[in-house]
Design a protein around this ligand. Sequence first.
Ligand code: DMJ
Length: 664
Amino acid sequence: MYTRGSVAVDIGESTSVPSTKSTSLWRRWKRTTAFQKKLIILGVCILLMFLYVYNSQIEENGVGVRAAKKNSQKLKIKNQVNNPDDSESEIVLPALVKLGEDKQKALNDLEKRIEEDINKLQRPVRRGPPKIIPRKKDENSKDAENVIQMVKADLDQGVDNPGNGDEHEPVKVKEEKKPAVVNLAAKYPMPEWKPLHSELYNERQRYVVDMFQHAWKGYKNTAWGHDHSHPISHRYDDWFGVGLTLLDALDTMFIMGLKTEYTEAREWIATKLSFDVNVDVNLFECTIRVLGSMLSAFHLTGDMLYKERAIDIGERLMPALSRSVSAVPYSDVNLHTHNVHAPKWGPDSTVSEVTTIQMEFRDLSFITGNPKYKDAVDRVTAHVKGLSGKKNGLVPMWINANTGLFRPGGTFTVGARADSYYEYLLKQWVQTGQTEQHLLNAYLEAVDGIEQHLVGQSVPSGYTYVGELLGGVTPSAKMDHLVCFLPGTLALGSTLFSKTHPRQAAEHMQLAQDLCQTCYQMYANTPTGLSPEITYFNVNNGIKGDLIVKPLDRHNLLRPETVESLFYMWRITKDAKYREWGWNIAQSFEKYTKVSGGGYSSIKNVMDPNNTNPMDKMESFFLGETLKYLFLLFSDDDSFVSLDKWVFNTEAHPLPIKESASVS
Ligand code: DMJ
């Protein structure tokens, strides 16, 4: 428990100047030349200005409070690591000076901001605040205005940004002028509509399709052609400025057989999309969402429009790989200038981001016949494979593009910043027809490492969780929702190597089932039926309840990982409970995140059904992944997007399984 402290500093009274001294000063002043006077006056002005600026720095930013902020962040984080349940800890702030009322108020504001910063630090954050732009003038109500204010505040804090925890910078639009569009409509007329799906949905599929159409309506009404919809305030944001939600959702529409929506999206891609934007994008995010979506749409439809767009974006992303001084790519690349750099907020990339671009660039080589894309990403894989600093196949979470080395002392986790490294080891092996043995070996070793170092059981119910080794050594029973992709990946793998590795196959399947149960429990445990972003597991006898949700972790960003795993578990085990769980989750999304008028919104609080506190943002992966996996979960036909023919990238974009790794 920390307490607020205050130490008064006596700044003293000024003493009066004796009159004789002032008379002599006046005589001296009269004796100075006009030039000297000017110099003195100038000097005094500069001094006053300096004092003014310095003083306002103290008031606004809190010199000293910054140091206090650092300390209190450390203290609070440390405290919560040791005692995850203690969410009420207060923050210690050393006082600066004896405070007047207004300064006290300023300090209070500062304390609030510090707490908010701490919130930010403790959340897995993927991207910094994107530029948020009003779609329509707020036409409705005060409520909407309140939401806008709330959203602005959130964006300032960078708390509403999704993903697997790699912090990202704010969008950097270098110039306002519209990028050049290459209109491809005449070159590529839309091929005849040949849907994968018969459009005869079962009841639950219909329910999910209705959800998708409602989400799409929200996007269309508020953010058409932009990256994300803010469906409550009728605003949008541009993170990359490439119509991200539209692209991410494209193959979902095709898979669902939504001709009208698909056709209008295709029309926009043919006539309005430009990747020639002067924006620094994150290589990983742009690869999995944009390149992944174009490749998948190409494979599903055979439409050459998407192939051309895939090559275009692939070429623009390549400098992040080709310009790196090591085998490790830079995290950021400008789509127009091709400038590359490490993240602005630190020198290192996350391991997940540099190792989760391989499937997409390999596929780009397969469709073009040009090996350069595959070679570039295979080089990263080979390099990471040979790096020291792993622990039984587990990778630390940070890696440096200049040195090519892991940052020492990194946390071992299957959550934010490392998650999809493990996913892509297996899926690359699947992608190339199970021919690249080194990838399977690395995967098997890593799962061994997970079992050895990260898996634990909660008290009293014995839920299996995958925790973390903080700083590479200290166990923490913390599990990100992001970890919930793992049951699906484990189950997929175990079906494929059951003959060659029967012991591992059985163990992995058991872990998949246990962990999937836990992931569902993370939903069922809350009053909204929606999972928080992070859950801690109780490992001490005497404390009631297995799952602990701390106040700062109560948000839900409409993430897909659990329903993704439910889809695999259903396809692989045929146990109907997985569909029931998915059905419950779908209904909770509907009940607590739906925005009337169109769209769904992330919420800040899954623990209070009466005060979910919507965050007014619909992530692109809700349409690209969450709803797609729910739709596939309820499909009665296993040959529909069959796991024998397709392997899903980490953003749920299916890519074809090849026979080998050869590019011809
Ligand atoms: C998606 O962008 C991908 O699934 C990624 O691998 C991790 N997180 C988000 C969704 O949660």
